[in-house]
Write a new protein. Structure first.
Length: 140
Protein backbone atom coordinates (compact mmCIF):
# COMPACT_ATOMS: atom_id res chain seq x y z
CA UNK A 1 0.00 0.00 0.00
CA UNK A 2 2.72 2.58 0.83
CA UNK A 3 4.19 1.97 -2.61
CA UNK A 4 0.96 3.14 -4.28
CA UNK A 5 0.78 6.17 -2.02
CA UNK A 6 4.35 7.19 -2.75
CA UNK A 7 3.81 6.72 -6.48
CA UNK A 8 0.72 8.92 -6.20
CA UNK A 9 2.80 11.61 -4.49
CA UNK A 10 5.38 11.49 -7.26
CA UNK A 11 2.74 11.69 -10.01
CA UNK A 12 0.91 14.55 -8.27
CA UNK A 13 4.19 16.43 -7.86
CA UNK A 14 5.03 15.96 -11.53
CA UNK A 15 1.59 17.26 -12.58
CA UNK A 16 2.04 20.26 -10.28
CA UNK A 17 5.44 21.06 -11.79
CA UNK A 18 3.94 20.71 -15.27
CA UNK A 19 1.20 23.18 -14.29
CA UNK A 20 3.87 25.59 -13.02
CA UNK A 21 5.72 25.34 -16.33
CA UNK A 22 2.44 26.03 -18.19
CA UNK A 23 1.81 29.17 -16.09
CA UNK A 24 5.38 30.43 -16.55
CA UNK A 25 5.02 31.68 -20.20
CA UNK A 26 1.90 33.62 -19.23
CA UNK A 27 3.81 35.19 -16.33
CA UNK A 28 6.65 36.30 -18.62
CA UNK A 29 4.40 38.03 -21.21
CA UNK A 30 4.48 41.85 -21.59
CA UNK A 31 1.06 42.56 -20.15
CA UNK A 32 1.05 39.76 -17.51
CA UNK A 33 -0.27 40.11 -14.03
CA UNK A 34 2.38 40.49 -11.36
CA UNK A 35 1.11 37.56 -9.27
CA UNK A 36 1.47 34.97 -12.05
CA UNK A 37 5.23 34.65 -11.64
CA UNK A 38 4.83 34.09 -7.88
CA UNK A 39 2.10 31.54 -8.57
CA UNK A 40 4.33 29.65 -11.02
CA UNK A 41 7.19 29.66 -8.51
CA UNK A 42 4.91 28.46 -5.70
CA UNK A 43 3.50 25.65 -7.85
CA UNK A 44 6.97 24.56 -8.91
CA UNK A 45 8.24 24.55 -5.31
CA UNK A 46 5.21 22.66 -4.04
CA UNK A 47 5.58 20.08 -6.82
CA UNK A 48 9.23 19.53 -6.02
CA UNK A 49 8.41 19.14 -2.32
CA UNK A 50 5.65 16.62 -3.03
CA UNK A 51 7.97 14.59 -5.31
CA UNK A 52 10.63 14.58 -2.60
CA UNK A 53 8.06 13.35 -0.07
CA UNK A 54 7.01 10.58 -2.48
CA UNK A 55 10.60 9.46 -3.00
CA UNK A 56 11.15 9.49 0.78
CA UNK A 57 8.03 7.39 1.40
CA UNK A 58 9.04 4.91 -1.30
CA UNK A 59 12.52 4.58 0.22
CA UNK A 60 11.09 3.99 3.68
CA UNK A 61 8.68 1.37 2.31
CA UNK A 62 11.50 -0.45 0.54
CA UNK A 63 13.68 -0.24 3.63
CA UNK A 64 10.99 -1.82 5.82
CA UNK A 65 10.47 -4.66 3.30
CA UNK A 66 14.18 -5.49 2.98
CA UNK A 67 15.32 -8.57 4.89
CA UNK A 68 17.45 -7.69 7.85
CA UNK A 69 20.68 -9.64 8.17
CA UNK A 70 21.16 -11.21 11.52
CA UNK A 71 24.26 -9.88 13.18
CA UNK A 72 26.42 -11.90 15.49
CA UNK A 73 24.82 -12.74 18.76
CA UNK A 74 25.95 -10.77 21.77
CA UNK A 75 28.46 -12.14 24.20
CA UNK A 76 27.35 -15.08 26.26
CA UNK A 77 27.42 -13.90 29.88
CA UNK A 78 27.58 -17.49 31.16
CA UNK A 79 30.87 -18.11 29.35
CA UNK A 80 33.83 -16.22 30.74
CA UNK A 81 36.74 -15.26 28.55
CA UNK A 82 35.01 -16.06 25.26
CA UNK A 83 34.93 -14.08 22.05
CA UNK A 84 32.97 -10.87 22.57
CA UNK A 85 31.13 -11.17 19.25
CA UNK A 86 30.08 -14.81 19.06
CA UNK A 87 30.81 -15.96 22.62
CA UNK A 88 31.64 -19.47 21.39
CA UNK A 89 35.40 -19.69 20.94
CA UNK A 90 38.50 -18.60 22.80
CA UNK A 91 39.73 -15.13 21.69
CA UNK A 92 43.05 -14.97 19.88
CA UNK A 93 43.41 -11.21 19.26
CA UNK A 94 42.20 -7.95 20.80
CA UNK A 95 41.13 -4.96 18.69
CA UNK A 96 42.59 -1.97 20.50
CA UNK A 97 40.36 0.51 18.67
CA UNK A 98 37.04 -1.17 19.50
CA UNK A 99 38.23 -2.87 22.73
CA UNK A 100 37.02 -6.30 21.58
CA UNK A 101 38.48 -9.77 22.17
CA UNK A 102 37.97 -11.75 18.96
CA UNK A 103 38.26 -15.40 17.95
CA UNK A 104 39.70 -16.41 14.58
CA UNK A 105 36.30 -16.68 12.88
CA UNK A 106 35.10 -13.27 14.07
CA UNK A 107 38.44 -11.67 13.22
CA UNK A 108 37.77 -12.35 9.53
CA UNK A 109 34.46 -10.47 9.72
CA UNK A 110 35.83 -7.63 11.86
CA UNK A 111 39.14 -7.07 10.06
CA UNK A 112 39.73 -3.49 8.84
CA UNK A 113 43.35 -2.59 8.14
CA UNK A 114 42.59 1.14 7.91
CA UNK A 115 41.39 1.72 11.46
CA UNK A 116 41.82 -1.37 13.65
CA UNK A 117 44.97 -2.28 15.53
CA UNK A 118 45.28 -5.82 16.83
CA UNK A 119 47.37 -7.29 19.62
CA UNK A 120 47.50 -10.91 20.77
CA UNK A 121 44.77 -11.57 23.28
CA UNK A 122 46.04 -12.55 26.69
CA UNK A 123 43.97 -14.53 29.11
CA UNK A 124 43.31 -12.18 32.03
CA UNK A 125 44.12 -14.80 34.64
CA UNK A 126 47.39 -15.93 33.07
CA UNK A 127 50.49 -14.09 34.26
CA UNK A 128 48.64 -11.99 36.87
CA UNK A 129 48.69 -13.39 40.36
CA UNK A 130 45.63 -12.90 42.49
CA UNK A 131 45.67 -10.02 44.98
CA UNK A 132 45.73 -12.43 47.88
CA UNK A 133 48.89 -14.07 46.53
CA UNK A 134 50.56 -10.68 46.05
CA UNK A 135 49.66 -9.64 49.57
CA UNK A 136 50.91 -12.99 50.95
CA UNK A 137 54.25 -12.66 49.16
CA UNK A 138 54.76 -9.12 50.44
CA UNK A 139 54.18 -10.20 54.02
CA UNK A 140 50.87 -8.46 54.67
Amino acid sequence: MPSKVSTGFIVFGAVTIFAALCVLPAALAKDAESSLLATAAALFSMGALVIAAGVYLKARALQSQAPRPEGPAGPNPAQRGGCELCGKEVPVVRCKVHQLDLCGACLGRHYDNRSCTYIPSANKSVGKPARAMVAKNRGF
